[in-house]
Design a protein around this ligand. Structure first.
Ligand code: IMP
Length: 177
């Protein structure tokens, strides 16, 4: 476990409130349309669970998994799709990819393309956190929980070497120097 300390950046209550607002936004946007919510594993799990219950339109749920980080705090730049949603959940459906954080944008861009290849009618991206200053590809999420500065954050699903996903808030990891 990397030595360092955790500072609270976004409190649990603030996250809960924002997810409820995002649920309302999605419900308004997709009213009367068949919608599939796809959780980007593993980091989006807590966000996905709460967002599902905040959406009032009928939804189908599925999962996708990609790996671009191989430990540490920097992206490797290679995106491997490891778990795919079943094609009947995607084909001719409006799909919303539910992501924990968009950093360089490489992961979500690759997943978006994969979902389009599977025959989705449309693909939108909802992310709990956005780090726009780190972008390497011109990807703008359709729905954003919080826009944050360039810092390595943990908690609420986000990990550092697989630790800290269980923190109920978004924290800033400050490495020991
Ligand atoms: P991207 O491909 O660079 O946009 O990275 C997306 C993925 O990198 C996210 O789904 C996270 O798993 C991981 N990631 C990016 N920034 C952070 C961070 O600050 N904390 C933890 N994971 C991060």
């Amino acid at each position: 476990m990397m030595p360092g300390r955790v500072e609270v950046m976004i409190e649990e209550a603030e996250i809960t409130k924002r997810i409820s607002e995002l649920g309302d936004e999605l419900s308004r946007r997709y009213e009367g349309q068949p919608l599939t919510l796809v959780c980007v594993l593993k980091g989006a799990m807590p966000f996905f669970g709460r967002l599902c219950t905040a959406v009032s339109v009928p939804v189908w749920c599925d999962f996708i998994s990609a790996s671009s980080y191989h430990g540490g705090t920097e992206s490797s730049g290679t995106v491997l799709v490891r778990v795919e949603p079943s094609s009947e959940m995607i084909r001719d459906r409006d799909v919303v990819l539910v992501e924990d954080i968009v950093d360089t944008g490489l992961t979500i861009t690759a997943l978006r393309e994969r979902i389009l290849e599977q025959g989705a009618r449309s693909v939108a991206v909802v992310t709990l956190l956005d780090k726009p200053s780190r972008r390497k590809v011109p990807l703008v999420p359709d729905f954003i929980g919080f826009s944050i500065p360039d810092a390595f954050v943990i908690g609420y699903g986000l990990d550092l070497d697989e630790y800290y996903r269980n923190l109920p808030f978004i924290g800033l990891f400050v490495p020991e120097t």
